[in-house]
Design a protein around this ligand. Sequence first.
Ligand code: MN
Length: 475
Amino acid sequence: MSINVKDYEFWFVTGSQFLYGDEQLKAVANDAEDIVNKLNASGKLPYKVVFKGVMTTADGITQFMKDVNYDDNVAGVITWMHTFSPAKNWIRGTRLLQKPLLHLATQYLDNIPYKTIDFDYMNLNQSAHGDREYAYINARLGINNKIVYGYWNDSEVQQEIADWQDVAVAYNESFNIRIVRFGDTMRNVAVTEGDKVQAQIQMGWTVDYYGVGDLVEAVNNVDEADIDREYEKLKSEYTLVEGENEHDKYEHSVRYQLREYLALKKFMDDHGYSGFTTNFEDLWGLEELPGLAAQLLMKEGYGFGAEGDWKSAAMGRLMKILAHNKQTVFMEDYTLDLRDGHKAILGSHMLEVDPSIASDKPRVEVHPLDIGGKDDPARLVFTGMEGKAVDVTLSDFRDGYKVIGYEVNGHKPEAETPHLPVAKQLWTPVVGLKEGATQWMKAGGGHHTILSFTISPQQVKDLFTMLGLDVDFIE
Ligand code: MN
């Protein structure tokens, strides 16, 4: 179950009324269809837009929204008011709509045709006030719709529509996310806890528990020939560095991680899960904490949370869907550089860092873990990347879930860490380390995050607002 999101489409309707006569309505339909065709031809949109007609009555709008809800291939609705469309007509249908709504507030022409403009033109082109009448009712209904404003053929406007489509698809897919927890959350840790029933009501996430023995059984059942095949694949993609390990010990550790990788993957695929958690305190019957195993699965698009952190596993999976599985990873605030001119957070984890953000060729290394009392695990060691990113976490409070996030500048470590063999990514909040970290902690944000070099701050706000979450984006 990698990121195989289906070929969703978005339905587009334009609002009008009968007041203007058949000829005007025909022109409304032609113009709207022209916009849809050119949006599809722009090559900017990740998903197809389908023109579904001109809406003129409350009954027609209500039926349209019901059809949208019923069709699993439709991820959301895009509306535009070419003429005035009395918005009481939209109340019933909009209240029934259970999918994301984008109001494209645009105009067919991008200019005022001073020489030719007359009352015929004005009967047809009323977006300036038509879109406001319509927006009023959405605001009054409080439905968290998105408004994209501007000329429909501008590349900036088309990019906004594209970004929203990815958010809308992630929203739909959120209700399919299923996380399997092997073991509970780490003992005594507070921030990784959460109300699983509320997560399912609000975000659609199913979070199930299995004893680690079920995983052990799957691990023991992996075929040696499958491990041989994965070992060859690993050699072709990464650099294998035996270091000071004896050859047999190194190979055994790598092969054991591949065994865990294959077992976890099969278990999730067989049971319909798209993410998982482990806990180094609960590895009874396993030789090693899944390190390389977790890294390979994250790279393929599975969600993962360490120390039983199912919230990060589900949020990681969700954000990977939004990002088309590009450069979106589970992270932990690991250690700090507090000096002027260097201020940064070094993000990492003891093993499980997603190689989607590697800027060099990851090395497969085997070292002791010094925690959990198990054998030395193989892991991928690499350097992270540079660029703008968002960093986001999810905390549960008595009054509900809250998303805390900020924009960061990602950069590479200033030097190698020969005695800390883990993958590393540095970042500094755009608002500054002191300001960003202080506000993050005041808001109650934890140390596990999802870092994405692909998702924009606006998409973070849109997605989690759409899911009805309280979003505290620090800026
Ligand atoms: Mn951790």
